[in-house]
Write a protein that binds this ligand. Structure first.
Ligand code: ATR
Length: 288
């Protein structure tokens, strides 16, 4: 491993594009709050350069990496994934403590976002809308800890495939997941019985803030509604949910907690989640 002349440990997020990443602000605020001699930077890395970038970072003595679009799936080829990352099929955190280990903290980030709002997952009826990368991470993690999950997606075959992958993947880990899949037409009756509703699609994201994945008349006061979209912070889905008396949780909390979990993996220290949230909110404000 390379010697760092200035004894500052470097961490980084890699992606393409990467200019708007909030991660440097979040992690640098955490390092500063804990008085740790570390820095966190963002690098634009093309898919074809990912292998070299990961090995280069390790050779330079970096403490760890985060990965974002479009590198998360490709990274599986170059790391030793932990069991959850392997089954999700994507890596967002790499640590170099021993070898090159890949983790996926997106699902844990969502879990802690709900947990920090006092919402339990185990044994709860949960509807996840979406079957892309984010939905995949959340479905695996929530099924792993005993949520009863319905995956609803515009393209139902993708939902079916995800439900099947979660079932097979978790049976291999000796869990007994409860997962079903439906098309969006089946949402009404499922939401009526649900306790937690998660939007894991990009619907409602800038530049289409008036879009929502769920008609407001389906929302009710027995629901906790969590939206992974954080731009805007208050999506139409969350505004509608609030008007219907539901509890709402915004997407920046998942962003913060996936980062906090990476911080915990790299440093072994308890991440200052409040400091990270404040930095993320400030970063988002400056961005808009
Ligand atoms: P990510 O990895 O960020 O989750 P993705 O793999 O492109 O991104 O998945 C996006 C998700 O949002 C998918 O579930 C997609 O539905 P399809 O599988 O049918 O494409 C969903 N999505 C995107 N735009 C949508 C829209 N206008 N209405 C409903 N679902 C939408």
């Amino acid at each position: 491993m390379a010697d760092t002349a200035n004894r500052i440990k470097t961490f980084a997020v890699l992606g393409d594009p990467i200019g708007h990443s909030i991660s440097p602000a979040m992690h640098n605020a955490a390092f500063e709050a804990l008085g740790m001699p570390c820095e966190y930077r963002a690098f634009r890395v093309r898919l074809s350069d990912l292998r070299d970038a990961i090995h280069g970072a390790r050779a330079l003595g970096f403490g760890g990496l985060n990965l974002t679009i479009p590198l998360k799936e490709e990274a599986l080829k170059y790391v030793d994934p932990d069991p959850i990352a392997a089954r999700i099929g994507a890596v967002n955190t790499i640590d170099f403590a021993s070898e090159i280990t890949g983790h996926n903290t997106d699902g844990i980030g969502a879990l802690r976002a709900l947990d920090s709002a006092g919402v339990d997952i185990a044994g709860r009826n949960i509807v996840i809308i979406g079957a892309g990368g984010a939905a995949r991470a959340i479905a695996f993690q929530f099924a792993y800890i005993g949520g009863m999950i319905v995956i609803a997606n515009r393209t139902q075959e993708r939902a079916d495939r995800l439900a099947r992958d979660v079932t097979i993947g978790l049976l291999e880990l000796e869990k007994r997941p409860v997962v079903r899949s439906i098309g969006l037409a089946g949402l009404a009756s499922e939401i009526a019985d649900a306790e937690i509703l998660i939007n894991a699609t990009s619907v409602g994201m800038h530049p289409h803030p008036d879009a929502t994945p769920v008609s407001s008349d389906l929302l009710h006061s027995g629901l906790t509604v969590f939206d992974i979209v954080y731009n805007p912070l208050r999506t139409k889905l969350l505004s509608d949910a609030e008007l219907r008396g539901a509890t709402v949780i915004d997407g920046v909390r998942m962003l913060v907690h996936q980062g906090a979990e990476a911080f915990r993996i790299w440093t072994g220290r308890e991440p200052p989640a409040d400091v990270m949230l404040e930095a993320a909110l400030r970063g988002l404000e400056n961005r808009s």
